[in-house]
Design a protein around this ligand. Structure first.
Ligand code: SF4
Ligand code: SF4
Length: 220
């Protein structure tokens, strides 16, 4: 890793550690608007281009990194996740349920909860067992999806479904939330929050300034 890359990764980590709650607060209060009036920013200059890129997720699956801090091991570090769920609007299109795919991983607790509701044998008949993962995988398109009424086991649906469209953060942006661009609700969220990136950049600029000043002091 080059020195610049290592400084940027250090700044991102510090940004997450130091600005976690103020970041979410500023974004909740639309703090980006005043900043955008002060200087040009790619989120405004390249808005159309970004929107087109986000919409590609409809046909080419990829994760969109969102300008909100991901939850970490610290208690109370879920403000970014909470703000996502407050603002996310599911369009009830059912794409995440009826799309064919490799299958939906069931945690042990998921399997037990759903099996208690419908019977173990019946649930197994809707799944395949993956020996490598040592887990039951629910067939896709999901057998619990009903085109008229939606999810037939909504109250006891698998954990993966309760978290969707959020995915684990990408390795390139480990401190930000990531969402599945295949989900139209997630794409809307990403478009509506493009301007929020200016707040992230403000924090990084402040930290890089601090890190450079610290480095210069050490070299003296
Ligand atoms: S794909 Fe997204 S918008 Fe559509 S039902 Fe699933 S979560 Fe909701
Ligand atoms: S269990 Fe329910 S929410 Fe999950 S994929 Fe199936 S229909 Fe959708």
């Amino acid at each position: 890793m080059s020195r610049t890359e290592s400084t940027i990764s250090q700044a991102r980590r510090l940004c997450h550690q130091l600005f976690l709650s103020s970041c979410v607060k500023e974004k909740r209060q639309s703090g980006h608007e005043a900043l955008l009036r002060q200087r040009p920013h790619w989120s405004v200059l390249k808005k159309e281009e970004q929107i087109q890129k986000i919409d590609q997720g409809e046909s080419i699956p990829f994760d969109i990194t969102l300008p909100l801090p991901a939850r970490d091991e610290r208690a109370g570090s879920d403000a970014g996740v909470n703000l996502f769920w407050e603002l996310f609007s599911c369009q009830r299109c059912g794409r995440c349920c009826f799309t064919p795919g490799a299958g939906l991983y069931l945690e042990k607790e998921d399997f037990e909860r759903i099996a208690a509701h419908m019977g173990k044998k019946r649930l197994q008949s809707l799944c395949r067992y993956d020996k490598t993962l040592q887990a039951w995988i629910l067939r896709q398109p999901c057998p619990f999806f009903d085109s008229k009424s939606g999810c037939k086991i909504y109250q006891i649906r698998p954990q993966t479904c309760t978290k969707y469209p959020l995915h684990p953060p990408s390795p390139d942006m480990p401190y930000h939330l990531a969402a599945d661009a295949f989900c139209p609700g997630a794409r809307e969220f990403a478009k509506n929050t493009l301007g929020w990136w200016i707040i992230c950049e403000n924090h990084w600029a402040e930290l890089l300034g601090r890190l450079e000043a610290d480095g210069a002091q050490k070299e003296r």
